[in-house]
Ligand binder design. Sequence first.
Ligand code: G
Ligand code: G
Ligand code: NA
Ligand code: MN
Length: 256
Amino acid sequence: MHIEMDLYRALERDEFFLVYQPIVNITCRRITGFEALVRWNHPDKGTVSPTEFIPISEGTGQIMHIGKWVLMDACQTMARWRETYPEFEDMVVSVNLSARQLSQPGMVEQVAEVLRETALPPQCLRLEVTETMLMGNPEFANMTLARLKELGVKLCIDDFGTGYSSLSYLQAFPIDTLKVDRSFVGKMSREPGNFKIVQAVVALAHSLGLEVVAEGVEEEEQRIMLSELRCESGQGFLFSRPVPGDEVPNLVFAAL
Ligand code: G
Ligand code: G
Ligand code: NA
Ligand code: MN
């Protein structure tokens, strides 16, 4: 496949870019932050999804370079918005980590370096990892998360409910936030079983002192249900699709 070769050149040719999806207060819809999502503008294929190239880049080891680029670009951009607009003072940018990134030696140092270079306050960065990434080697994961936490960044478990988490680890990991997977949120207004799962996840998170982000919120009915469950935040097409960085300030101003 050419795509592996192309990936090697993509960074030096500056073919990656980030889009940003708002994360909002579920009750008042105010934007509290953004999830950065990477895209690859391939010279022939057009926009390639990360579901296609992240797994390939994990195989080739390119993920560490791509991951660093994502982290640097997201932090730099958020630092610039904060400098320019007072409305961004308390905003948080979320960045996804891949499995190989999390287990790579030097990962914590990489995050520290990016924070230093961009001068972004650490509490303005949230790192997203999945249950599956943590439960492969939970002891090692816990150590890495603890070192990341020491930097002052926020930590979040993404796609919660689709993998297998040991509840004893869940309370031991130094995380701040659970993101309920969109497969449950999407069906909660039609299927009582899915509503109950979301309800249980919110209750579990709160009893562990964690905040909840519901992802894949597409309908007003879901937003109201989540608000009644005391879920803090939401993300999804109801509020906004992921948008290019240059549209982000206008999204924030329009919502005020
Ligand atoms: O944005 P989209 O729905 O196409 O994302 C598809 C998948 O790719 C999601 O699971 C998302 O978490 C993942 N993804 C998006 N951006 C990044 C990134 O910068 N790094 C990693 N590791 N995964 C990402
Ligand atoms: O795995 P992760 O949660 O990082 O995936 C994020 C992806 O989810 C983004 O690529 C984004 O395009 C997608 N997404 C965001 N909001 C919605 C939504 O409301 N519905 C659906 N189906 N997908 C969404
Ligand atoms: Na994510
Ligand atoms: Mn997710």
